[in-house]
Design a protein around this ligand. Structure first.
Ligand code: GCU
Length: 599
């Protein structure tokens, strides 16, 4: 008996996994901005499934007892509910540190409005998602920080429909990220869920940005999806009297090329234009800014002028809620702090944050560093890993390519040097450039050497990137080997901009116990001294074009286990988890106040 039912269980689990690979999310991106959407946000019924029994019980079938002797050992009815969007860890105490499966259920009423198509769109689900509609698996997705959707035209029925999502946030050895990462593993349906209705042929993708090195020529494309692919396409920017006309080819693709005199987007003037993209069967509106970003030898140029990146690292967490951030108000909380600090840029670590963050930053004149979580230990040579990296990069670029605030694509952080790594990242960098040649592309490395107060940033991988971006924790993980102003530098290239993407140290706000000059006191003075030394050192670094302290605010990370000072929080914030300014905040602010944005 055990054998047989065990076999059925194994077969069932295998079918789920094979289903996982076969019914992957659709690649054609759908930009849901300005589309007719029905939100499925709100309360979702759930089943918490720590053993994975829901897989062999086939929870998505929602079986009901039929005869007197029947009993079903699961049901959504009578069970707990969770808010979507939102991580599940902070909504129920028993889920605080949970890493496993949670089944979500939502029903919606559908009334067909004629010859339309319907898509089920997720802003993000961490980490694995299997999506069922009316008991049928419609698709799967892997990756916790990028959008995906499934077309349900022809599957959806008139009347009540039920969506069930199997969400699993267990760490995966061959995952992106892998098993270890220094942030809290918030699981769940963490961003908005929408039903997106379109005409049978619709605008499935568009890229409207200035061409590389151009201050006035738009060089883009529009893509149609559907049966009627060859159509008249119009791009209108009423404020500039732009009324550009072209025609899509048999594949539904149209190249867009026109000039105009734009007020260029910049931190000082974050100008956005209302852009109307129209085909014969569809119209999209978007607020788009136009700017050029490039490098010239060791300089970074914004709109042709040299710029210094006054950055800060941010995790997608609202410390005041100690939860995964997702809303426009979460974004404003974080970005207003960054503005107050004097920043003109934010590095959204280490994964694509929600669209509210990207769009709010753009409106506030804050440039954005967008990164995928190819983080530290990655199984580069394991089967399927490069495909996952590729898909995540495509999902990030496709979602954010019309956001002019995004100036840098970052494809990894602190991965260990190896031939497999180099090959995978060089490949991915080339693919990213093919998708978007208008932005800077890089990866963050931290294998520089430090001997006798001499830093050698040697990694040859930098040759493939537009900037040299590295993390250094001199004064914290790495004790100084001399005065910070005497540090000597060598870079793999003297003809690339240098950006320090992380530096800093920990401190507990208001803690004044223990010697000020000892790291283990977790006192603000120690962190403050690190910042004083770092800022003094910055003046010695050739070609320095930007710095990004680690980081804006204390954030949750279960690996930070000191019971008095950390309690599961990384305390490297310049702000405490209550938004209180630590002494180091003022050191950085006064440094940024001395730097003009453009020089
Ligand atoms: C690393 C890493 C961060 C981490 C930080 C730290 O450099 O990139 O993700 O949180 O160091 O140790 O605090």
């Amino acid at each position: 008996m055990i054998a047989k039912s065990f076999l059925i269980r194994v077969l069932l689990v295998c079918s789920i996994i094979s289903g996982f690979n076969s019914l992957k999310a659709q690649n054609a991106m759908i930009n849901i901005t300005a589309r007719h959407c029905t939100s499925l946000d709100g309360k979702w019924q759930i089943i918490i499934d720590p053993t994975g029994a829901g897989d062999w019980r086939q929870v998505w079938q929602e079986r009901k007892p039929e005869k007197k002797t029947d009993f079903i050992e699961y049901s959504f009815d009578g069970g707990p509910v969770l808010n979507v969007p939102g991580d599940f860890n902070t909504q129920m105490t028993e889920l605080k540190y949970y890493e496993g499966t949670v089944w979500y259920k939502k029903s919606f009423n559908f009334k067909s409005t004629g010859n339309k198509r319907l898509f089920l769109h997720f802003g993000a689900v961490n980490y694995l998602a299997s999506v069922y509609l009316n008991g049928n698996l419609i698709g799967t997705h892997e990756g916790g920080f990028t959008p995906f959707h499934f077309e349900i035209t022809g599957i959806v029925k008139s009347g009540v429909n039920t969506v069930i999502v199997r969400v699993n946030n267990q760490r995966q050895k061959d995952g992106i990220p892998g098993l270890g990462y220094d942030w809290f593993n918030y699981g769940g349906i963490t961003r908005d869920v929408n039903l997106v209705e379109t005409n049978s042929t619709f605008i499935s993708d568009y890229f409207i940005q200035l061409g590389k090195h151009s201050l006035k020529e738009v060089n883009g494309r529009v893509k149609l999806d559907g049966m009627n692919l060859s159509q008249n396409i119009t791009i209108r920017i009423p404020e500039l009297k732009v009324d550009y006309k072209t025609r899509s080819d048999g594949e539904g693709l149209s190249e867009i090329k026109f000039d105009s005199y734009f007020k260029l987007w910049s931190p000082e003037n974050p100008k956005l234009y209302r852009v109307i993209i129209q085909s014969e069967t569809d119209t999209i509106y978007d607020e788009i800014g136009f700017r050029s970003i490039s490098t010239q030898g060791p300089k970074i140029l914004l709109n042709g002028k040299q710029i210094f990146l006054k950055g800060i690292n941010i995790h997608e967490e609202n410390p005041l809620k100690a939860a995964r951030a997702y809303s426009a108000s979460d974004a404003l909380t974080l970005l207003k702090w960054a503005k107050e600090l004097g920043c003109n840029m934010v590095r959204l670590a280490h994964y694509p944050h929600n669209e509210n963050m990207i769009k709010s930053a753009e409106k506030l004149g804050i440039m954005v560093w967008d990164e995928i979580p190819v983080y530290q230990q990655i199984e580069f040579s394991a089967p399927g890993v490069s495909e996952k990296m590729d898909l995540m990069m495509r999902e990030m670029v496709s979602r954010d390519k019309n956001r002019c605030g995004v100036i840098i694509w970052s494809l990894s952080n602190e991965t260990n040097s190896s031939p497999e790594r180099d090959k995978a990242l060089i490949n991915l960098t080339d693919k990213c450039r093919k998708l978007d040649s208008t932005r800077l592309v890089t990866s963050v490395i931290n294998d520089e050497s430090y001997d006798n107060n001499f830093v050698n940033v040697w990694d040859t991988l930098y040759r493939h990137f537009d900037i040299i971006s590295f993390n250094e924790y001199l004064g914290w993980y790495v004790p100084w080997q001399g005065k910070s102003t005497d540090v000597k530098w060598k870079f793999i290239s003297d003809n690339k901009p240098v950006v320090i993407t992380e530096f800093g140290g920990e401190a507990v706000f208001g803690n004044n116990i223990g010697p000020k000059d000892e790291a283990s006191s977790w006192r603000e003075e120690y962190q403050e001294q690190i910042y004083k030394d770092q800022v003094a050192m910055f003046r010695t670094i050739p070609n320095l074009s930007g710095v990004f302290p680690w980081l804006l605010a204390d954030y949750r990370s279960s690996g930070r286990m000191h019971p008095v000072y950390q309690k599961g929080w990384n305390r490297k914030g310049l702000l405490s988890d209550k938004g209180e300014k630590k002494k180091a905040w003022y050191i950085l602010k006064s440094y940024y106040d001395t730097i003009n944005n453009i020089y």
